[in-house]
Design a protein. Sequence first.
Length: 641
Amino acid sequence: MPSTFFGLQIAANALAAQQAAVDVTGHNIANASNASYTREVPNFVAATPYTFPSAGHYLTLGEGVNIGSVTRARDAFVDAQYRNQNSLLSYWTQQQDGLNKIQGIVNEPSDSSLASTLNTFWSDWSTLANNAQNSAARTTVQQQSVTLAEMFNQMSTQISTLQTSYESAVSTGVSQVNSIAEQISQLNIQINKAEAGGSNPNDLLDRRDALVDQLSQYYQVSVVQTKQGAVSNYEVKIGGQDLVNGANYNTLAFNPAANVDVSWSGGKPVLAQDVTWATVTTPSGPAQPSVNAAVGSGDGSGGDTGSIKGNLDNLTKLAGLQKKYDDMAQGIADAVNQVQNQGIDMYGQAGGSGQSFFTYNISASSQYASQGAAASLQVNGSILHDPNKIAAADPAGGEITAGTASLQVGTTTYSVNVTAGETLASVLNALQKQIPGAFKYTISGNQVKIDNTTNTTTPPSPQSISFSTTDTSNLWQIAGLEPAPPAPPAPSVAPGGFATGTITVPSSDIQSNGANAQSIADLQNGWSPLQFAGTPSQPVLPAGAGNLSNPVFTAVSVSDYYGALISGIGVDGQQANNMQANQQTLVDSLSNQRQSVSGVSLDQEMTNMITYQKSYTAAARVVTMMDDMLNTLVTGMGITR
């Protein structure tokens, strides 16, 4: 038979259970504003029943209710989805940030952009070509060239500054990951001790989950939890490899200096180094990383998402952008220098006489690219001091108008048809083909040198050369010669040699043409003014020039190269904006879904509180009723009235 006080025990169990449930509800309400808190649920279980013999059989009576456990309302599947998508959101947020800042540096289109500066640069050369002796036009070219060089310098500096910023962000992220890994390992120790003692360390579990959520911002992480007796082993993995394993954890490292060197694969820049595993202290096994190995497997399981990877990709983009600006600055400088070397200045000196238009300040070379042309580009100090040293004139005399050009050799007159735009050199080449072996020529500075060639085995009989007055083109005027000039003095002839005559073109005549300046202006639309040689064909650059395989020269023009660069930045920026917006929507949706399971609803908690309160009141009434019954038993039995 059950005890006389059996009913009181049932009521007492009920009172205790409902009181505990009210306490859990109060704890939930108190943490309603705690973002990392998981709603707790009191789990009621029937108390162990009491079995006793009665009337020849066993009778079982329930002993009420107990609180079996207080668990967290958590959905592990939703947690994993949220963390994966949060990692992608962090990646695209950093990509969006980096590309927005790159677009701010590029600043296209605008009146103060590189494209605008380049357009003005080419236009000023064209203006100089129309008035090569004008001091103002020369000064304008000089100053606009300084502006262009300074524009490249400034953009290179801005890229370097942004690189330093993202290096710092990666270093900070790596330090945070190491700190979080250590904290999780310490929490694992505390949680295991609590579980071994039979308790539910829910608040410690919340702190650990909050740290894993925070960790998912830096890398895509996965959690593996296995039971080992009364306790569980908790692992956090990046790229399938352990960051935390129970009480042990590994650390990461990032060396910014290792990211200086940039290689190219598939037309894209690749940094020489990544974030690596620094120390490995977890137990050995297939999931353990190797020291100095890159973090993440690159298969989408950790290493290629998160803010750290986003910032590493920003560094890669910036290194590639720096390289493209270096190539562009060097390409422009090399092209202008080659054409400058082909011309002559106001002093009748060849442009290549130590007067390359652009040079490099090696003390300002960039730390991110081997050339550093953008950071160090400058106008030659000689030209800065004296713009008359700009070689605007074509030593071949400039462009010739359409007509017929004639040359008289002995008593024979040879003529060629001249197409508008040809040069003195091209016309003389055509005449040479008509008079094989009769003469050869060289153009140097302000001199056209004509050599009569004769039979080299017998004493020569040089023929006189004169310029016919039947020209309808301006060939000889461009050359600085008057129609029907006086016959040149009889040349001296050495046996077996050549008869040579030198015709000096007045310096003022050659200096007044701006054909070489126009050739530089024409570089805006293509590389036709340049000389190319070799296999594969490469530009013939001045002595000491840079990269012969500069990709700028494989483009149609510098404008085409820069247009492709800007277009690529714009497309990447639009993609980053779209992906970030899509990921934000997805993460918000998963966050709401997770909150519907784990979050505290005050309305629901108030409903629960009323339920537990009513249950508590009912249990108290049972106690009162049992008290009345016992009072009757104790004070009323055996009393005779």
